[in-house]
Design a protein around this ligand. Structure first.
Ligand code: BES
Ligand code: MN
Ligand code: ZN
Length: 500
């Protein structure tokens, strides 16, 4: 376990196995960032030729390790590129890059730009998430970061900086736990196993003195049938692992606002009878990233003690092919009675979300957020690093503000009027789940979900692209699950808590 401390010491006087400093792409070439302060003066005139000899440019993503040979007390200096600016995004990425570069140090001092609460948060989150590794299934590899990470900040004694530092640890824990769940092989995280994992995690989070109270209810297939959750049951029908609906509640004293969170929990998406092409199926263990994110965000919000009531809903099903799979043409009756004609079994997410959203509306929350790896269309539109946000204008705006604070890239997308016609085009049921028109498929999905929000303030976060990194590590993002949306949800709740 790595211990993290926040200190105001200067990097050239801190004795550690490694010191991390930033390099900026300045107007006159690469230079050490101001936070590196006395490291630059310790090297004096030797610094420029040294950096140029090493080919240091300061580009974002660059990292160069230099033996200090006594120039400063620490034996190793790690130069990490900040690019042209030193904003929170640049700092978060640089910290992540540095965390992966420092492999064999027992103690590290990180002297990146950190003179505000926002930047301290970026350093700690970037470092911890960039150094994340999923090694549960590796025979010989183990996670072992440095024993001690010292975050250096000139503002280390300011109250809001200390708070940001401590709170960022809670958020990174939730993001890392989300990544763990997303990375877990789908055979080991079927709906019943995922529900069990949530039960176990909830116990852990609520254990001990000062821990928050979180209520949990797991609905199994029989209870779902009694309730009439036809969407979750329909999607889950083809799998030998039965579906579940996990509901969490956090109701702190003094909460003036009530936030409902809903997350898509497809533990594996084969597409069902409308089967996916082989290559599109490879990463479909990640189709529960929304459920993982809302559950972990609930833990973080509760652990931080934010005075916001949370009702969280995680519908879980495995979308499989078998003799009992739902068929194109089947009509499902959702929780609450709305009927839906299924025309593409691969558009399964909206079906399980429909039941869960309706369950959420019954609690009369002030606002509903759903998080889902919903459509490839959103990935085509925004790329794989930006989530699409749709829904009530004011809620969408609030989500975008929270995302900016959290350092997550999100972008608004519309729900055009024309979608209303498309979702009601079924000749046999109240709603069509799909219409085989490719254009605007991500917006169609949002229009469909809106039908199950009872007109309450709501936003839908389509995280299909950013939830899973199928390439190599960059910045604070490692391969596999990213834990996207967790930090945004926490900041959304934080903002909600401060409202009258
Ligand atoms: N889980 C997928 C969406 C997805 C695609 C997530 C790529 C992550 C990466 C979803 O269930 C799906 O299959 N969506 C269909 C919707 C279509 C049938 C309307 C899609 O994107 O093709
Ligand atoms: Mn699908
Ligand atoms: Zn899916």
């Amino acid at each position: 376990m790595t211990s993290y401390t926040l200190r105001s010491a200067s990097p050239a006087k801190t004795r550690c196995d490694a010191v991390v400093v930033g390099v900026v792409q300045g107007a006159k070439g690469p230079e050490l960032d101001g936070a590196a302060g006395d490291v630059a003066s310790a090297y004096g005139r030797k610094l420029r030729p040294l950096m140029s000899g090493l080919g240091v440019t300061g580009k974002s993503g660059e990292v160069v390790k230099v033996p200090t040979a006594g120039a400063i007390p620490s034996p190793l200096l790690v130069l990490v590129g900040l690019g042209r600016n030193q904003d929170a995004t640049a700092v978060r990425r640089a910290a992540g890059v540095a965390a992966r570069a420092v492999t064999n140090a027992a103690s590290v001092a990180v002297a990146l730009p950190a003179d505000s609460a926002e930047l301290v948060r970026a350093v700690t989150e970037g470092w911890e998430l960039g150094g994340y590794a999923f090694t549960a299934y590796k025979k010989d590899e183990k996670k072992d970061g440095p024993g001690e990470v010292v975050v250096l900040s000139a503002a280390a004694r300011r109250k809001e900086v200390i708070t940001a530092f401590e709170e960022s640890r809670v958020v990174t824990r939730a993001v890392a736990a989300t990544r763990d769940w997303v990375n877990t092989p789908p055979g080991d995280l079927t709906p019943p196993k995922f529900a069990d994992a949530v039960v176990a995690a909830t116990k852990e989070v609520t254990r001990g003195r000062g821990a928050p109270k979180i209520g949990i209810r797991v609905l199994d297939e029989e209870e779902l049938a009694e309730l009439g959750c036809g969407g979750i049951l329909g999607v889950g029908m083809g799998s030998s692992a039965a579906p579940r609906l996990v509901e969490l509640t956090y109701a702190p004293k003094g909460a003036r606002h009530h936030l409902a969170l809903v997350g898509k929990g497809i533990t594996f998406d084969s597409g069902g009878l409308t089967i996916k092409p082989a290559a599109s199926m490879n990463d479909m263990k990640s189709d529960m990233a929304g459920a993982a994110a809302i559950v972990q965000a609930t833990y973080a919000i509760a652990t931080l003690g934010l005075p916001v009531r949370i009702s969280a809903f995680a519908p879980m099903a495995e979308n499989m092919v078998s003799g009992s799979s739902m068929r194109p043409g089947d009509v499902l009756t959702m929780y609450g009675g709305t009927t839906v004609e299924v025309l593409n079994t691969d558009a399964e997410g909206r079906l399980i979300l429909a039941d869960a959203l309706m369950r959420a509306t019954e609690q009369q929350p002030d606002v509903i957020l759903d998080v889902a790896t919903l459509t490839g269309h959103m990935v085509v539109a925004l790329g794989d690093r930006i989530s699409g946000v749709m829904g009530s204008d004011d809620v969408v705006a609030d989500v975008l503000v929270a995302a900016a604070t959290a350092g997550e890239e999100m972008w608004p997308m519309p729900i055009p009027e024309a979608m209303s016609e498309r979702i009601t085009s079924s000749k046999v049921a109240d709603l069509s789940q799909h219409d085989w028109i490719r254009w605007g498929g991500g917006l169609f999905a949002a229009a469909f979900l809106r039908e199950f929000t009872a007109g309450l303030p709501w936003a839908h976060l389509d995280i299909a692209g950013p939830s899973f990194n199928s390439g190599s590590a960059w910045g604070h993002q490692t391969p596999g699950g990213t834990g996207v949306a967790v930090a945004t949800l926490v900041d959304f709740a934080r903002a909600l808590a401060t409202r009258p």
